[in-house]
Design a binder for this molecule. Structure first.
Ligand SMILES: C[N+](C)(C)CCCC[C@H](N)C(=O)O
Length: 288
């Protein structure tokens, strides 16, 4: 089993992640809190209360987890294509796989990464939603003092299952939308590259960026539900399940609730995924 794809997936994921984290914090806050009037308001308030550091809350853990998660996504995707089409990464420009195969491989990668992502994503969302300024002398400490403390508190209060809160919503969010992600990327690359040639860097950037946007646009409704289910354990607002969360969110806030964070998700998705795909292709290319 080729391992370069796993390593390339990890490094490229980490680069994209740092770039996109401030957007991600604003998104999570808009989705789960009602105190902000919009993106700008949320950014200004976050900056005033918590300085620039506020935007980077909850990032250390994802940096570690992206190693696992993005390498599973890209590694499984590429190896699934190897199984389906008997072509390696290098051979795929000359013998492009069908879009059905790309979709199936993307869904497989998406499904497998979702379960590993679930506990990391839960901790990220809980930490991002702590809006207190960084510890000041005399003020009470925030509920979670960091990722490890957060994981340990959830584990103590709810057992190992608590760490997988929202995991189903996350799996449903990621399985089809990562199929869409790779199909969009491949389609855009093929549109602007002569047959058999490697896409240019500019093409990879644009195709990666749009793959990110398409995937996030289709993922946003379940992203909202996922984030809410992850926060529910804290807020005594227990949902009986995914459907209950969907129904009660729509009842209280209307259908618009499914599009919370859509603009910011898309704004974040372009640079993050442009950089992810460019570094992924570059690394694989330079390793031969
Ligand atoms: C499937 N879903 C849309 C959720 C994610 C797809 C893109 C993944 C990328 N690491 C990013 O963070 O943008």
């Amino acid at each position: 089993m080729p391992v370069e794809e796993f390593v390339a997936g990890w490094i490229s994921g980490a680069l994209g992640l740092v770039l996109g984290h401030p957007f991600d914090t604003v998104k999570v806050r808009l989705q789960t809190q009602t105190t902000y009037q919009g993106i700008i308001d949320c950014m200004v308030k976050t900056y005033r209360h918590e300085s620039l550091l506020g935007f980077f809350k909850g990032m250390s853990f994802p940096i570690v987890s992206i190693a696992v998660v993005n390498s599973i996504l890209f590694g499984v995707y590429s190896n699934a294509l190897l199984v389906l089409t008997a072509t390696s990464h290098q051979e795929r420009r000359a013998q492009p796989p069908s879009y059905t195969h790309v979709f199936i491989a993307g869904c497989t990668g998406g499904f497998l990464q979702a379960y590993c992502l679930a506990p990391f994503d839960l901790i990220k969302v809980r930490l991002q939603n702590q809006t207190e300024p960084r510890a000041q002398p005399g003020s009470p400490p925030p509920r979670y003092q960091g990722p490890v403390h957060c994981a340990a508190s959830i584990f103590q209060a709810e057992g190992p299952r608590g760490l997988f809160r929202g995991a189903w919503a996350l799996t449903l969010r990621d399985t089809p939308t990562l199929g869409i992600y790779f199909v969009t990327y491949e389609w855009l690359c093929r549109q602007s590259t002569p047959d058999g040639q490697n896409p240019s860097s500019a093409t990879v950037l644009v195709a990666g960026g749009f793959a990110g946007i398409t995937s996030w646009v289709t993922a946003t409704p379940l992203d909202v539900i996922k984030s809410r289910m992850q926060m529910a354990g804290l807020e005594q607002r227990a949902y009986r399940g995914l459907l209950d969360c969907v129904v009660s969110s729509v009842r209280q806030e209307g259908l618009g609730v499914f599009f919370r964070g859509l603009t910011i998700n898309s704004a974040r998705a372009f640079p993050v995924n442009a950089v992810t795909f460019l570094s992924y292709e570059y690394l694989l290319h330079s390793w031969g």
